[in-house]
Design a protein around this ligand. Structure first.
Ligand SMILES: Nc1ncnc2c1ncn2[C@@H]1O[C@H](COP(=O)(O)OP(=O)(O)O[C@H]2O[C@H](CO)[C@@H](O)[C@H](O)[C@H]2O)[C@@H](O)[C@H]1O
Length: 469
């Protein structure tokens, strides 16, 4: 069996968030399990493309409405990755120093057309096309409906929803971007009067997966307008929990952190990394260190942080460190607290992969007060690094973190509210004082296995069920 993953992101080539992590690791585990897995992604103007050499394996032109765009399929000249990746180079549209912008309709529609046109040329077709998020949601539609792709319509297409908040909406007057299809089936593209690539993908994919079982259930009540569609398509939907790449995220070998450690020497390892962080950000290492890493957006509950922090920091019982970027109002509010709470609070506005590893290694607790969390990877990384997660009980957070009071190993709260978050931080501050239990718990969480081994197999079982069915 050979599967192609089509995605806008893939770590370490281009990562904006968790999608990059998943597409950069799932194929590796699938290959180890005996399934040929390849990633197809856009060729961006970024550090990775500047640092490597590429060779062209296919060249052609694609038609996007009235425009014609030359494009190439590129491969790395040297195998520097442990996954097989093909790059779609459409210089005018995709080769930019960003992954996403405000208007990506032409960019990602052209990307998808290039993928489909290239598939037509292959002698040996893939056994499965696995699409990720709305940027690839038109592929299931095109495979089923566009006349020129008729020879591909027997290949099972799977769509994984990493985040249903973003759907890629565009107006019907751009329908001509798509290769010809029977216009009476236009409704398959539509949701609420506009073309909705995520909705089209859900309607036309053979199977739809999301990244945790709880999120799959929640989507029927809250899916940014797609609730009824997801309820209707319920039978072909399944939630498969994300795994993590335990080679990239391994405190024993992680090259980004100050001191490597395992569960055996967790005490010295965490202390050394915490000391480094505290020195860097002006904290006293004797207090518990809470951290937040992520996009500073409504979904992540980031707007709740400034008020919560004001209340918590007044007591000066703990240190809080934030790493993230996003909404400028939230960024400013978080920056503004810096002066007032110097010595117990700091923030780094921006994206910094190395710092994120150092924080997972050096913090005592990780905050995830998300309003929506399809799976969440941060809590899985924090467990692996012996950092106790404080989460709002939703989506994948609910599926992976059990509260200490329920016999578990983390802290969870029911609402994404300032009161609930404060109460939970206060509980954790008290817990930190119970030194023996605290140390035992953080040692225990390092042993929880969230590698892809189980979930990669669930995807393979899903592929097999389609092949034989
Ligand atoms: N400023 C920063 N600097 C450095 N690193 C940063 C950073 N901000 C975020 N990151 C990193 O980005 C990743 C975030 O992953 P998540 O899964 O938590 O969220 P995201 O919402 O992007 O993904 C969506 O897709 C994933 C994958 O399916 C789902 O788990 C998730 O719930 C869903 O919202 C982590 O690797 C984190 O360390």
């Amino acid at each position: 069996m050979n599967v192609i993953h089509v995605s806008a992101e893939c770590y370490p080539i281009a990562k904006v968030g968790g999608l990059g992590d998943v597409v950069g690791s799932l194929p590796k585990y699938q290959s180890e399990a005996g399934v040929g897995a390849k990633v197809i992604m856009p060729f961006y103007d970024n550090k990775f493309s500047a640092a490597h050499s590429f060779k062209s394996i296919y060249e052609s032109e694609l038609v996007l409405g009235e425009e014609i765009y030359p494009y190439k399929f590129l491969k790395l000249k040297e195998e520097v990755l442990d996954i097989d990746v093909l790059f779609v180079d459409i210089p005018k549209l995709l080769f930019k120093n960003f992954v996403y912008s405000d208007d990506d309709t032409a960019r990602f529609t052209a990307f998808q057309i290039a993928v489909m046109d290239w598939l037509l040329t292959l002698k040996e077709k893939p056994s499965i096309i696995h699409c990720h998020d709305h940027h690839t949601g038109l592929i299931p539609f095109m495979a089923q409906e566009c006349f020129k792709y008729e020879s591909l319509n027997q290949i099972p297409v799977i769509l994984t929803i990493h985040n249903a908040q973003y759907q890629g909406w565009f107006s019907h007057d751009k329908v001509y971007y798509l290769p010809a299809f029977d216009i009476s089936n236009n409704g398959l593209l539509d949701w609420d009067g506009v073309i909705n690539p995520l909705a089209a993908g859900i309607k036309c994919a053979w199977r739809v997966t999301t990244v945790s079982p709880s999120y799959m259930e929640e989507l029927q009540q809250a899916a940014n307008g797609l609730e009824s569609l997801l309820s209707h398509e319920n039978k072909k939907c399944v939630g498969i929990l994300n795994g993590i790449d335990t080679e990239v995220w391994n405190p024993e070998t992680d090259e980004f952190i100050e001191k490597n450690y395992s569960a055996k020497n967790i005490q010295t390892g965490k202390t050394a990394n915490k000391k480094w962080l505290c020195k860097q950000f002006g904290f006293s290492a004797s207090k518990p260190l809470f951290a937040f890493i992520g996009r500073l957006v409504y979904e992540k509950g980031a707007d709740l942080l400034p008020t919560v922090l004001e209340e918590i920091l007044l007591k000066k019982e703990c240190n809080i460190l934030i790493l993230g970027s996003g909404n400028s109002e939230v960024e400013n509010a978080l920056e503004n607290l810096k002066k007032k709470y110097k010595g117990v609070y700091n923030v780094f506005i921006g994206y910094d992969e190395k710092l994120s590893h150092l924080i997972y290694a050096g913090a005592d607790f990780l905050l995830m007060p998300s309003r929506v969390e399809p799976c969440g990877l941060n809590q899985l990384y924090s467990l692996r690094y012996g950092t106790i997660p404080l989460v709002r009980s939703i989506g994948g957070l609910k599926d992976t973190v059990i509260d200490i009071e329920d016999g578990g190993f983390g802290f969870s709260h029911a609402e994404a509210s300032e009161i609930d978050i404060s109460k939970t931080i206060n509980r954790a501050v008290q817990f930190y004082k119970e030194e023996r239990t605290f140390k035992k718990t953080r040692k225990y969480i390092m042993s929880i296995d969230h590698s892809w081994n189980v979930s990669a197999k669930q995807y393979i079982d899903l592929y097999n069920s389609l092949k034989s069915g």
